[in-house]
Design a protein around this ligand. Structure first.
Ligand code: FE2
Length: 419
């Protein structure tokens, strides 16, 4: 396969990208635009980018909003209650149907790598078993990592640790946790130590729902980062949400950043979900409830954006479009400068790949798997501003999704140029 006239990120020149036997075999800069032969794909100056990565989603819960009851308060904790009502209705066929529908949405938006959480506060582990089976069945089409996520607590839910070990033996890729939801601070801290202990025992990655609350005293992140540092696991560990950091005292946060930087752990923020769920106990002023993405990024601590939910008990919107999540995130975090815009796609591509620990097989580079997407825009800024569609998705040299751009017929009083 050969794609001509493609722009690459941070380079205004047109490029030819060649993919042979599923891998990039050559990437060359053109001196000008080329005319396509029959076998070539003409990118027409659009931006070629490594596929988007969804680093944080709950596929087992996707598309269940309102079943059997809606989350009327809009709080995270009512979401957990509504999900607990839906859980007894889960079965393999139900999960498969919804997961495949959700993956279709994600693929249509340029996603080729997904980290999903699977709720293991369920003695049947049906969600985890089904997601692991789908991961294996679909591995040629989309790469999925499954997090064993103890939604109702690792130490507070009956047999939580045994369920976690069972999930890891079944084949979960990542150990999860939820320290702020454990009954006590002591249990929360102990759960972080247990998560790291299990990651070492089973040689797995770590991704914790950490401090997903507005409580400024929720400080499990420092325990997670410290454990990661002491055990040398930094880049294999991720803290998701960390919304309490929004409310931390600045002096404490300054000290904390020293540890975060040294630990090398990754961060995932879910802007649409957090702006919706957090600040629910505030009157006015009302906190935004997102972690300090701008400051983490400035400190060169790896941070990326995820969707978290698509039409589930916690969030009843969502469409798989990470560009929408990115747009929200940049607004909410006040990352609206030229430099922010010109590197914006990092937050849903390269940074996310680092979080998933897949850098060895990610990126448009000779020798790496021939995976890319083509975006309707010329650079990060124009894709973001126009919310440019994903026009093409290529996986190992095969086109897996193609979108025909919408055509707008302008009113007669506009003289042809509506760019
Ligand atoms: Fe989540």
């Amino acid at each position: 396969m050969q794609i001509i006239n493609a722009r690459l990120r941070h380079s205004p020149a047109l490029h030819t990208l060649s993919i042979e036997q599923g891998r990039f075999s050559a990437i060359s800069e053109q001196s000008g635009a080329l005319a396509a032969t029959g076998a070539q794909i003409d990118a027409a100056g659009k931006l070629a980018c490594a596929p988007f990565v969804e680093p944080h989603i709950h596929l087992d819960a996707a598309l269940t909003a309102g079943e059997p009851n809606w989350n009327l308060s809009g709080t995270l904790f009512e979401g957990i209650e509504r999900w607990a009502e839906r859980k007894p209705l889960l079965n393999e066929a139900d999960i498969r149907r919804r997961v495949l529908q959700t993956l279709e949405l994600l693929v249509s938006q340029g996603v080729q790598f997904v980290r999903t959480h699977a709720d293991i506060s369920d003695p049947s582990l049906v969600g985890l078993r089904t997601l692991c089976a789908l991961r294996d069945e679909l591995k040629e089409k989309i790469e999925i990592q499954v997090v064993a996520f103890p939604q109702e607590g690792l130490l507070s839910f009956p047999n939580g640790v045994q369920l976690m070990e069972q999930a890891l033996e079944i084949g979960a890729d990542v150990v999860g946790g939820i320290p702020h939801f454990e009954y006590t601070r002591e249990l929360g801290e102990a759960s972080m130590k247990k998560v790291i202990e299990l990651a070492l025992k089973y040689d797995r990655l770590v991704d914790v729902h950490c401090d997903e609350i507005d409580d400024p005293n929720s400080r499990f992140l420092e325990v997670l980062a410290c454990e990661a540092l002491f055990h040398g696991l930094g880049e294999r560990v991720t803290a998701s949400h960390t919304t309490a950091m929004h409310s931390y005292d600045n002096a404490y946060c300054s000290k904390l950043f020293r540890l975060l930087k040294r630990s090398g752990i990754n961060f995932i923020s879910c802007p649409t979900e957090s702006i919706h769920l957090q600040g629910r106990f505030d009157s006015y002023p009302k906190r935004r409830g997102l972690t300090r993405v701008k400051e983490l990024n400035a400190a060169e601590i790896n941070v990326c954006f995820g969707q978290d939910s698509i039409f589930d008990p916690w969030y009843s919107l969502g469409n798989g479009k990470l560009l929408r999540t990115l747009d929200f995130g940049l607004h909410i975090c006040q990352m609206m400068g030229y430099d922010d815009f010109s590197q914006a796609l990092d937050l849903i591509s390269d940074n996310s790949a680092r979080t998933l620990h897949i850098e060895d097989r990610y990126g448009i580079e000779v020798g790496k798997p021939g995976n890319l997407i083509l975006l309707d825009g010329e650079d990060d800024y124009s894709v973001l501003r126009k919310q440019g569609d994903v026009l093409l998705s290529v996986r190992q040299g095969e086109v897996i999704m193609r979108r025909e751009p919408a055509r707008v017929v302008s009113p007669a009083w506009i003289d042809g140029n509506n760019a």
